[in-house]
Ligand binder design. Structure first.
Ligand SMILES: O=c1nc2n(C[C@H](O)[C@H](O)[C@H](O)CO)c3cc(O)ccc3cc-2c(=O)[nH]1
Ligand SMILES: C[C@H]1O[C@@H](n2cnc3c(N)ncnc32)[C@H](O)[C@@H]1O
Ligand code: SF4
Length: 320
């Protein structure tokens, strides 16, 4: 059995965010933008990565600091800045994967051709206390966005955040919603089963994270609900014993970096690929691109990134 992962470099473009999720340690009030120079120098350090992961707070343009930085950099909108970062990444030899939060259709259309895939965590398809101050976490907003990405044929990553106040049946319902989206649009490449990990200084710092057995049950039920052509991803820095999760049905480990931390969960360092390989004896651990083999073979990518995809993938669509 093949277990996949991607080698990436994480670009946290800004921590300014219109939402206030009670579990989030990433958001900062009035944070600015990464400079294009700092992005280039980070990319140049990531010698063996093929994915540039762009993540940031949702709709950060309201922040005075972001507005000021956009002006100083000569951009008239945040989406133009994101598009330029993608172009820089491509020029440096990386395939962008942008996880933008809920953005409008114009934003999505502008950046789509410059991304190998994009993502948005559904988190949970039910309303929860921890999202009371996060308009962009309303289930209908997230579902609408994932549908829009489907209509635009964007290879897509979504998933659930486990242990944020939902019941077990809410997880089942959320996974059914994802399966339904994939039935309708066929664009989901992977479903992340991510455990909530408490962050100091947040409202949920003393909230109990889900246990390993609870996470295993969730992966098992996800594997039953989600279509077989969609990968189940667990992050190896958050679940540690990847071998038991693989036994439960996970078959992807997401992006791993040698040069950047997981900026969302910085207290959880990435294990080395060698360590994962050691734990997964009997399985074939294989590197993939941020666009899954199936979508490479089906040609779900633009001419902007075609040269990179074609140079990096073998005839089965895996990284070569
Ligand atoms: O390092 C991380 N990568 C995260 N990734 C990156 C992901 O592991 C890879 O970029 C994809 O598998 C594409 O290769 C996300 C991507 C999404 O589209 C949506 C959510 C996440 C969440 C995380 C995360 O918490 N930490
Ligand atoms: C990048 C993704 O990380 C998730 N995320 C945000 N905060 C946390 C946390 N404390 N623990 C685990 N995952 C988190 C969100 O679902 C976001 O979409
Ligand atoms: S999880 Fe994302 S949307 Fe929520 S506060 Fe953090 S950065 Fe904003």
């Amino acid at each position: 059995m093949v277990i996949t992962y991607s080698r990436n470099v994480f670009l946290p473009l800004t921590r300014s965010c219109r939402n206030r999720c009670y579990y989030c340690g990433f958001r900062r009030e009035n944070d600015g933008l990464m400079s294009l120079d700092s992005i280039i120098s980070l990319l140049r350090k990531a010698k063996n990565a093929t994915e540039a992961l762009l993540t940031f707070g949702e709709q950060p343009e309201f922040s005075e600091k972001v507005k000021k930085d956009l002006k100083a950099l000569g951009f008239s909108s945040f989406s133009d800045y994101v598009k330029s970062v993608c172009e820089i990444a491509i020029k440096e030899g990386f395939l962008p994967h942008t996880n933008p939060g809920v953005v409008d259709t114009d934003f999505l259309k502008k950046v789509k051709d410059f991304n190998a895939s994009m993502g948005l965590m559904l988190e949970q398809a039910v309303e929860l206390e921890c999202h009371k101050e996060s308009p962009g976490k309303k289930p209908e907003e997230r579902i609408k966005f994932i549908k829009k990405a489907g209509k635009l044929k964007i290879p897509f990553t979504t998933g659930i955040l486990v242990g944020i106040g939902e019941k077990f049946e809410d997880r089942i319902y959320s996974l059914e919603v994802i399966a339904d989206l994939h039935d309708n649009y066929g664009h989901i490449q992977e479903v992340i089963i991510q455990n909530f990990s408490p962050k100091k200084g947040t409202k949920m710092e003393n909230f109990k994270p889900p246990s390993t057995s609870e996470m295993l049950e969730t992966v098992k039920v996800a594997r039953k609900i989600i279509q077989k052509d969609v990968a189940i991803q667990v992050p190896p820095n958050l679940v540690k014993e990847v071998e038991v999760f693989v036994k439960a049905g996970a078959n992807d480990l997401g992006g791993i970096s040698d040069v950047t931390p997981d900026f969302i969960n910085p207290e959880h360092p990435w294990p080395k690929v060698e360590e994962i390989s050691e734990r997964l004896k009997g399985y074939e651990l294989k590197e993939r691109l941020p666009i899954y083999p199936k979508f490479v073979v089906e040609g779900w990518y633009s001419e902007k990134i075609a040269p990179l995809i074609e140079a990096y993938s073998d005839e089965e669509g895996y990284k070569c």
